[in-house]
Structures are given as structure tokens and as C-alpha cells.
Design a protein around this ligand. Structure first.
Ligand code: GDG
Length: 499
């Protein structure tokens, strides 16, 4: 750490992760007693080894409103719960995060709502997370902030603790400037993010969109993946490149793509388990042994293009190109954000469509869609992936889409066809999928038919190439790549401190 920098507060953890939700869930037993259970996610799997090696802490909300919890240890991770009130949840989380930023960042598929009181709550909650991180991180430590709910944390944290090296990763897309500029607080968010040393995005296009917003709103110079942030900010009236240059002193922020991935080998391992393979066979039998099983696995979210997928499938059934005797679509629609109006309406729309398709094209023995509005244990998900001849990922906009990668990781038999939207980040890597534009219903129908009829050799060749990519670029490689760049900023950044 630079000896001239005196942190106002500091803790003892060299590596701190900050995310809206903790990687543990509060579980209430039947007898009323409560405990914490690890929620299995790629992020925690990837960061666990780093956490253990570096004395790590994880800061986030515990999942229940109006409850304060004291920090505790969970399997080698120091967990620091941040309290959120019912009002915080309504304004910061369901409001600004999920009804302003989420639709705006996903190409305004649904109209974003702009409310000043939601923004105020977002600022306040971001400050709370920043304060918690400032209190937990050791002098010169590394803090990695996750996702769109916490975009102000990098700047707020840097203000309290200029000694820290700060990373930020955006799990969802960053929109083109024409859309982003609708946000009344567009400049504050850019300033918030630029408090980080390294800002990671899913796709190259997301990083370019961000850099353009930086140039348009702040007038800063960007060179390749670097943004030059003047150490003394300019007043709005003198935002001129030459002026900034004359001042001469700036810190560089790296803004580039780091496509996230999954714990691929653990998915493959599960898929190779005899009991799960047996379950995959059983699923086919329970569905009446159709020739083709198609599968969709999504949070019930308007970004996932479930309605477009059903439209294409419904038309293929109507035209007699498919029949419910031969094909079943299993659609897992995991309940999500059930108190946000757009999600309430989406559920009604989807369920009406499913009911119509099943009513119009089903027989007593065969329903065209097996619709599951609930989550499944991971083992069952893997069995579904193994049972699925065709996997449908038809997102209208998606940061990455891990489901696509999970399907590929599970198919050690080199079989199965992935139909993948070009609007999902995964399409940058999984180029041998059957790529579709989900808005083009006829095009999607053609690709579905091509997937169903694809010869085994083609299926195997495509799957092998996609598996190579996913297994080589797994989530631990993702976190290692990000942290390597972050660490290099600690060595070379303007603060001059070391890890
Ligand atoms: C955001 C971005 C980005 C789903 N249903 C069940 C279940 N899942 C698991 C899947 C997958 C995860 O949830 C969903 O991840 P996605 O990537 O598909 O989508 P989002 O939730 O929207 O995630 C996205 C991601 O962040 C990571 O950066 O890829 O673009 O929107 O892992 O398997 N898991 C189990 N049962 C279910 O019923 N066990």
C-alpha cells in the first residue's frame, strides 16, 4: 500500500467479494430453527479457492428483509450479511434494479420505469454495501463487486478506501448509448463504475457500448480497453479532451470483455453418474417415449424469449410439420421476481399460450408441452439436459446464458443439438450451435426442424467443438483471467500499491 494513503477504516480480509445476494441461503427448519445453507452457484464455486487462499470475505444480502445478522464463517468463507428493509427491497431491488436497470440494459424489451425515490434508495443501499466492503477489506486489499445492482459501489468505495484495488463485473448486457442515454442518472452510474480499476463485461460489444457512453457523457479518452480517468474531475463546462490532457494526471481503468462460464467438469461428472443417466431414460419414458424431446430452461423472464419459442413451436404443430406424438417440449420456467408487474403479466401470457397449444394440439396420451413452473434440483436438471435431443435457448437479450453452456458440458456423449439465440452472449463462443434470430419466427422454425432432423455425424461434430470451448474456458479460468488483470492494476495502477 502507498504509505501516503491512509484508509479511514480497514478490516482484515485481503480479498472481498460484494454481491447483492450472499452465496448462502437462510433455511428455516420445521421446528423453527434457522441455519445457513450454501447455494450452489458457479460464482461461489469459482471464487471459493481464491477465498480460501487469500483470507476472503463475501458481503451481500441474506435473502430476508428487516433482519440483521452478525458475520459468520461458512466452509472457509467469512460471510458478512448486509441488512435490507422491506422498503429497500421494494425501491432498490424490485424497483430500480429490476424494473429500471434490468429492462433498460436488456434493450427495453419491457419499458423501464424511472422513479426518483427508487434511485434515492439505490444510492443509499449502494452506500451501505460500500461501507461494509470498506470495513472488511485489509489495507491494500482487493475487492470484486458483482453486477448491476451495485454499480455505484466502486466509486463510493474508492472515496472511503483509495488504497484498495477494485474490480467490477457486469453479468448482464451494457446497452447501446441510444438506449442507455434514456436513464436520468446515466452520468452518475458511469462515474460509479469508473471507480473500479477493472470493469468486466460479458461481450466485446458490451465493453464498446460502455466506452462509448464514457466518451459521450464524460469526454474521457479511451484507448483500446483502457479509459483515462482524470484524477481531478473536470467541471461539465470544460469537458474538452485537450484540457484533460493538460492536467496530465489520470488513472487508467480497464474496461473489457471477460465472458463468464460454468463449473463445466462438475456438470460432466454429474452427467456421467449412472443414476442420472437412468433418470434421463426414465424421463423419456414418462413423457411417452417421443422421438424428440426439446427442452427450455429459463427463469420466467421476458428477456428469455419463451413466448417467441412457443409461437414457433405452436406454428410447427399447426402446420403439421410436428406432431405431439413425436415431439414433446419440456419447458422449465423457474419462478422469478414475482412481485414485479411485468413478470406477473408475463406469467399469465406464457401460461395462456401453453394452455392453448396443449389444448389445440394435444391428445389424451401426448401433450406437446410439459410446462414446469418450479425449480428442480441440479441432478434433475442434468438428467433433463441428457434427455433433451434439442435444447432451445431463444433469448431476446441475455448477458451470457449459462444454460447453453451447461447443456454442452453435460453432453459427454457428443449428442444433442443446441439452438441458440445470437442475442445471448454465449453465441460469441458457441459458434457451432444452430444460431437464430428469435424475432424471425420463420427462421427459428427452420432451425428447429433442422435440429430435429440433423444427422448424428453433424450433431457429434458440432457438439465436440462446443464442448472443447466450454471445458477449456470454465468458470475458474474466467475468475483467474479477471483477477490476473485486476492484480496487474494493483501493481501498475496510479495508487501504486501491491497485492
Ligand atoms: C444472469 C444473466 C448470465 C435455472 N432453473 C433451475 C436452475 N437454473 C440455473 C441454470 C443456470 C442459472 O440458473 C441461470 O443462469 P442464466 O445464465 O441462464 O440466466 P440468469 O439467471 O438470467 O443470469 C445471464 C448470468 O447472470 C451469469 O453471469 O449468464 O445472462 O442474465 O445456472 O442452470 N438450477 C437448478 N434448478 C432449476 O430449476 N438447480
Amino acid at each position: 500500500m502507498n504509505s501516503t494513503v491512509k484508509p479511514k477504516i480497514s478490516g482484515k480480509y485481503d480479498f472481498v467479494v460484494v454481491s447483492n445476494r450472499l452465496p448462502v441461503d437462510r433455511v428455516i427448519e420445521a421446528d423453527g430453527s434457522a441455519s445457513w445453507a450454501r447455494s450452489p452457484g458457479g460464482l461461489v464455486t469459482a471464487l471459493e479457492p481464491v477465498m480460501r487462499q487469500n483470507d476472503g470475505a463475501w458481503i451481500g444480502w441474506g435473502g430476508q428483509p428487516d433482519l440483521e445478522f452478525t458475520p459468520f464463517e461458512s466452509e472457509g468463507i467469512h460471510v458478512v450479511p448486509v441488512a435490507l428493509s422491506a422498503a429497500d427491497l421494494k425501491y432498490y431491488y424490485e424497483g430500480f434494479s429490476n424494473d429500471t436497470l434490468w429492462p433498460l440494459y436488456h434493450d427495453v424489451i419491457a419499458p423501464p420505469s424511472f422513479h426518483r425515490e427508487w434511485w434515492e434508495s439505490y444510492v443509499e443501499v449502494n452506500q451501505r454495501f460500500a461501507d461494509a466492503a470498506a470495513a472488511a477489506a485489509s489495507p491494500g486489499g482487493v475487492v470484486w463487486v458483482q453486477d448491476y445492482q451495485l454499480q455505484l459501489v466502486p466509486k463510493l468505495l474508492r472515496e472511503i478506501r483509495p488504497d484498495l484495488t477494485i474490480g467490477f463485473f457486469n453479468h448482464i448486457p451494457f446497452p447501446p448509448y441510444g438506449i442507455y442515454s434514456q436513464l436520468p442518472w446515466r452520468t452518475q452510474i458511469i462515474e460509479g463504475l469508473l471507480g473500479a480499476d477493472v470493469i468486466g463485461f460479458q461481450r466485446v460489444a458490451d465493453a464498446s457500448n460502455f466506452q462509448r457512453a464514457v466518451r459521450r457523457l464524460k469526454g474521457y479518452v479511451t484507448k483500446g480497453s483502457q479509459v483515462e480517468v482524470p484524477l481531478v474531475d473536470m467541471s461539465p463546462g470544460v469537458r474538452v479532451f485537450g484540457e484533460i490532457k493538460r492536467q496530465g494526471s489520470f488513472r487508467t481503468v480497464v474496461a473489457r470483455a471477460f465472458p463468464i462460464s460454468i463449473d463445466a467438469s462438475s456438470f460432466e461428472e454429474l452427467a456421467r453418474t449412472p443414476a442420472i443417466q437412468e433418470r434421463a431414460k426414465q424421463i423419456r419414458e414418462e413423457l411417452g417415449s417421443p422421438k424428440t424431446i426439446m427442452l427450455g430452461v429459463d427463469r420466467l423472464d421476458y428477456t428469455k424469449g419463451i413466448g417467441h419459442r412457443l409461437k414457433a413451436y405452436g406454428e410447427l404443430l399447426a402446420e403439421g410439420k410436428l406432431s405431439s406424438e413425436d415431439v414433446t417440449l419440456v419447458q422449465v420456467a423457474n419462478p422469478s421476481r414475482e412481485r414485479v408487474q411485468a413478470y406477473i403479466e408475463l406469467r399469465d401470457e406464457i401460461e395462456l399460450t401453453v394452455g392453448r397449444i396443449n389444448g389445440d394440439y394435444g391428445t389424451i396420451a401426448h401433450v406437446p408441452i410439459s410446462y414446469q413452473h418450479h425449480g428442480f434440483p441440479r441432478e434433475e436438471m442434468v438428467a433433463l439436459y441428457l434427455a433433451a435431443d434439442v435444447m432451445l435457448v431463444t433469448a431476446l437479450r441475455d448477458g451470457m446464458n449459462l444454460v447453453a453452456k451447461e447443456y454442452v458440458a453435460c453432453r459427454f456423449d457428443d449428442d444433442g443439438v443446441l439452438v441458440l439465440s445470437e442475442f445471448a452472449g454465449a453465441s460469441d463462443e458457441l459458434k457451432r450451435a444452430l444460431l437464430i434470430n428469435p424475432h424471425d419466427i420463420d427462421g427459428m422454425k427452420e432451425k428447429i426442424m433442422e435440429a430435429i432432423g440433423m444427422p448424428k455425424r453433424d450433431r457429434a461434430a458440432r457438439m465436440r467443438s462446443m464442448r472443447k470451448r466450454v471445458l477449456e474456458h470454465d468458470v475458474s479460468r474466467w475468475s483467474a483471467d479477471f483477477l490476473k488483470v485486476l492484480e496487474s492494476r494493483a501493481h501498475h495502477g496510479s495508487q501504486g500499491h501491491l497485492l
